[in-house]
Structures are given as C-alpha cells and as structure tokens.
Design a protein around this ligand. Sequence first.
Ligand code: NAG
Ligand code: NAG
Length: 394
Amino acid sequence: MVPCCPRALLLPLLLLLACPASRASQNCLNKQQLLTAIRQLQQVLKGQETRFAEGFRSMKSQLAALHHSVARAGPDSPPVSCPALNAPPDGRKFGSKYLVDHEVHFTCNPGFRLVGPSSMVCLPNGTWRGEQPHCRDISECSSQPCQNGGTCVEGVNQYKCMCPPGRTGSRCQHLAQTDVNECELYRQEGRPRLCMHTCVNTPGSYRCACPSGYRTLADGKSCEDVDECVSPQLVCPRGTMCINTGGGFQCVSPECPEGSSNVSYVKTSPFQCERNPCPMDSRPCRHLPKTISFHYLSLPSNLKTPITLFRMATASAPGRPGPNSLRFGIVGGNSRGHFVMQRSDRQTGELILVQTLEGPQTLEVDVDMSEYLDRSFQANHVSKVTIFVSPYDF
Ligand SMILES: *[C@@H]1O[C@H](CO)[C@@H](O)[C@H](O)[C@H]1NC(C)=O
Ligand SMILES: *[C@@H]1O[C@H](CO)[C@@H](O)[C@H](O)[C@H]1NC(C)=O
C-alpha cells in the first residue's frame, strides 16, 4: 500500500554528484546532461509523491469509515449466550443458537412422549428458562390406570392391573367380595331394593336373578312373567284351556253342571254355560242359574287391599224390558272371608278383595246376580271366579 521507496533512484544521483569537476570530461556527465538527469529524477519523485498521497488518502478514509461504524455501535457489552443444549435421548432438538431470547424446541421420537417443557428460552442472565425435558416410552401403563394401589403390568397394546388383596375389577376399582356384599348391604332397612327378586353377589358387584317362569328385564333387576300360554308349542292337553299365572300356567276345562230330568245346561262358549228353558211348571228350575260363566285371575302375593277384582253387570236383550232391580251375593267357593260382593251402580256389582292373599294358593269364589222386575224374580246369573296367587309379590 505504501509507494515503493525511491532509494534505488537516489544512488546513481549520488554517484553523479560525487564526480569531481576536474575529471568531468571523461567519465562524468557535462553540465547539460546532468541537468537533464536531475529533471528526470525530479519528475520521477513527483510521480512517487502523488501515488504516496493517494495511498494515504485512501487509508485515511478507510480509517474514518471504521471509526464511524465503531462509534455508531451501542455501548460496549459482551454478547450473552446460554450453555449448549443436547437433544434428549430418543428425541430431537430444534434451534442451535444459544443467545439471549433465542428459543430451542424439543420433540420425541415415535413411541415416546415428552416429559417437561417443549421449549426453552435463553434468559438475559445466561441461563435457560425451563428444565430440559426428556422422552419417556409411551406405554399402556403410563396413564396409571390401576386404582387403589394396583400394579400395572405392561402387555401388548394393553395393560393388566394386579390388584392388592380386597380389590378387584379391571382397574382394581371394586371392593372384592369379601369386603362388601352389596346384596346384604341393600337388604337393610330403608335402602332401595336392589333386585325385584334375588340379589346374587358377584366378585366386586352383584346381579339380580328372577325365579323360574320369569325373565329379567333390561334394567337388570325387574322380573317379568313369561306367558307360557303364547308359546308355539301346546302346553296344555287338547280340550283344556291354558291360563297364564305368575311364574307358570294352569290348564283348565270349565264344565257345565250335570243336568237332571228337568234341568240341563249347554256350553255356549269355552267359558260360559246356559241353562236350557225350564218346563213351564218347574219353579225350582227357574231359580237355578240361567247362565254360569267362568273367570280366571292371576294375582301376585300381598296385593294391597281393598281392591276390586271383578265386575258383573246385567245385559238385557234388546227389545225386552230389562230388570229394574239387581241383587248381588257370594254363593260359593272356598274363601268367602277374603271377599265382599257389592253393588257399585244400578247395573253393576263388584267383587272386592278385602284380605291380603299370600301365594302360592288358588281360591275360588262364586258370585251371583239376581234380576228382579217389579220385585218379582226374573233370573239368576253365576260367575265362578278362580284366583291363582303367585308365590311372589310380582
Ligand atoms: C436468571 O434470571 C431468571 C429470571 O429473570 C431468574 O429466575 C434466575 O434465577 C436467574 N439465574 C441466575 C443464575 O441468576
Ligand atoms: C221336575 O218336573 C216335575 C214335573 O214335570 C216336578 O214335579 C219336579 O218337581 C221337577 N223337579 C225339579 C227339580 O224342578
């Protein structure tokens, strides 16, 4: 950068000047030649001087620029950086600048999950905000599914809980059978009834069972009677009628009373008998039931009483004057004390159960209705009611 030193040019000049004037004629230049040489040297020097000056100017301007830029930079402070970070084992790190305010992000390889923050920031004091995270194996047990002190055992895509004594269930969520019998618990007074019929304790739980002839409803605790009579197979012998009862069925064959010389009955429907017309002069015949009908009822045990079980009404034929008075009564059967028969309106009487019934049992009660026209006896009708009481309250 600095122009070459002109010392190489000065040396011949000094030799020329050193030449003594007396010997100038031979080896030394004459005056004219000397002046020419000096002028040439002067021009050389001038050229050198110009190039020197240009070099210095360039150097000065560069220094000035440097000075300017240094002066413009803020107050002197060493750049702050945070310690280098590594990617967590089984994971990756994004970001390689550890200067203030720079962030570094972390992810985990497939099959692992990040425990800790997903990013860290370099703070002005040269420390990282946040703890460096690590990657943990994603396992079925990592959600800690086992409760109550159960131990999680890793399987293929599933886990198994080893339960401590007294605990059971897939997550040890249930008390084991030895500990609590739900059925016993709910048998106590004031508790809601767990099952309509039988409560069966199971490990950690319970289920309801229904007696034979009943099915368990969708709620898991109610029992519903099975109607055997609608089964496609015939359940009753030919000639008999199937009556569904609580938990079972009965085969019945209603029979008309035996006839005698003056009186005879004919079956007009499976459940009805009618008396043939009486001889003109036979008064006793006219007092025998004109119709006998058969009725079958199925009841649960322990029905709340009083309760009306059966109604009986007159049916006068069209065009004929009907009875203007009716009388009702219980005329037979094996259980009179349980029932009363009373008139409920002008046309109707009803059979009322007044005593609680407990099954299993079968009761029979015969009720009759006598028709009067202007106080004169007209006819009498009998209903034979058979009641099947189931052993259960349902
Ligand atoms: C650095 O700064 C943060 C927040 O300003 C602070 O919580 C932390 O204690 C500091 N660390 C040190 C070593 O000074
Ligand atoms: C049957 O009829 C005869 C007369 O035909 C009569 O004497 C008798 O009392 C009647 N018996 C009954 C049970 O009605």
